[in-house]
Ligand binder design. Structure first.
Ligand code: CTP
Length: 408
């Protein structure tokens, strides 16, 4: 009996040029045996190694080959092709197609569909070992992985070119296992409840002015999306942010720290809480109810703002007694002694994990697209490489799923 996980799943398989393309025929067969629908794009290079006829026969679908085919575009545009899939697999992934993907080139149907897709992508590289080891390929792979592209293989061994080394495409059964794992991941948080805070808070000075910070909300929104994609019922409590509401997430829009705390309390109980918001530590003690005018003080001096402390939302969740989430995760935005300060914050706020990040001006983390974090837990410190905020979110969601599964 074959595991039902692939039953009814739609795979878009891109077959690029390389002798390993013959193995993709077996991959199609195995996917079909497990009930997956397989649509294939065959690149010009791929078609030099396997025929469209064999691909069509095994997939029991029309094979897509030419970007500018009028019939193909009217029957099934490249956008639809890339969207009507649950997963896009590139096998074999040649050095050339990986380079194009990394650069965002779109000069044929395969690369256009890959650029247009909003679905997870898995690549199975296959090439000569020198090509695989080349710094250009290394950089392309690193860039793709930072974008969230997954990889299976390559393996080491005899290569078709007669040389020996790393570059042989993973075997079809290995690729199949990677595909199954990717689908299994999507339900890894099913039945769990998650709460995420994100963005800055705005603390009013008067009806038109406020105290804020440079947080974009990108990291928190990406975390909420990654948890929801794994099946968690996710509530995102967000301060003002230009980020769109993530799909499948219940979003509560708030402005101030006090509103954020109230929305978080109302969301309990949850299994996991991730506090990624850059909450303003202070608010104006007595915000003016009318706009402050320039002549607000008798002597014309600027008004003095008296600040009051805001509630600490993370600490409040960490100390929520029997309503405490099983896993409480915070961030630590630091500009010096990153790990030491984060370790102290973890204890002070009674949270389980802290993702420590350096937000010094040169790092571009605040408001930027990338993040370099250190995961601080009771077990020690784990340094993560610089990743896109989306990739940080994916990694964190995976860790959360593993932790909750092990704890229950
Ligand atoms: N945090 C919070 N509520 C606050 C302040 C911070 O929930 N009022 C959370 C943040 O979401 C983050 C963590 O606490 O997960 C640490 O935030 P950070 O700004 O690094 O630390 P602070 O507690 O503000 O301490 P300091 O500014 O002194 O470094």
């Amino acid at each position: 009996m074959l595991a039902p996980i692939l039953d009814g799943k739609r795979i878009l398989l891109v077959i690029s040029g390389g002798i390993a393309a013959y193995k993709s025929l077996d991959l199609i067969r195995r996917l079909r045996e497990r009930g997956a629908a397989v649509r294939c794009i065959l690149t010009e290079g791929g078609a030099a190694f396997v025929t469209p006829l064999s691909v069509a026969a095994l997939s029991e679908e029309k094979v897509f080959m030419d970007l500018f085919s009028l019939t193909d575009e009217s029957e099934m545009g490249h956008i639809r092709l890339s969207r009507e899939a649950d997963l896009v697999v590139v096998a074999p992934a040649s050095a050339d197609i990986l380079a194009k993907m990394a650069q965002g080139l779109a000069d044929d149907l395969a690369t256009t569909a890959l650029l247009a897709t909003d679905k997870p992508v898995l690549v199975a590289p296959a090439m000569n070992h020198m090509m695989w080891a080349h710094p250009a390929t290394r950089a392309n792979i690193a860039s793709l992985e930072a974008q969230g592209v997954r990889r299976v293989g390559p393996e080491s061994g005899d290569l078709a070119c007669g040389e020996v080394g790393a570059g042989r495409m993973a075997e079809p059964m290995q690729i199949l296992a990677a595909i199954e794992a990717q689908f299994a991941e999507r339900t890894s948080l099913a039945g769990r409840r998650a709460l995420v805070t994100s963005g800055p808070t705005h603390e009013p000075i008067d009806p038109v002015r406020f105290i804020a910070n440079r947080s974009s909300g990108r990291q928190g929104h990406a975390i909420a999306a990654a948890l929801a994609q794994r099946g968690a019922a996710t509530i995102l409590v967000s301060g003002p942010s230009a980020e769109p509401d993530p799909a499948g997430v219940e979003v509560r829009h708030v402005e101030t720290a006090a509103e954020m705390l109230a929305a978080c309390r109302a969301a309990l109980p949850v299994d996991v809480a991730v506090c990624a918001a850059a909450v303003s530590d202070w608010k104006v003690a007595n915000p003016a109810t009318q706009k402050l005018k320039k002549d607000v003080t008798a002597d014309g001096a600027p008004p003095k703002l008296t600040l009051a402390a805001n509630p600490d939302i993370l600490a409040s969740l960490g100390g929520a007694g029997n309503r405490r989430p099983r896993l409480v995760i915070g961030f630590a935005a630091e500009t010096e002694n990153v790990v030491e300060n984060a370790t102290a914050k973890r204890r002070a706020k009674n949270c389980d994990w802290i993702l420590a990040n350096d937000v010094s001006p040169g790092t571009g983390t605040f408001g930027g697209r990338e993040n370099t974090v250190h995961l601080v837990s009771a077990d020690g410190v784990e340094d993560w490489p610089t990743l896109s905020k989306q990739a940080v979110a994916e990694r964190l969601a995976e860790r959360v799923a593993r932790h909750l599964a092990a704890a229950s």
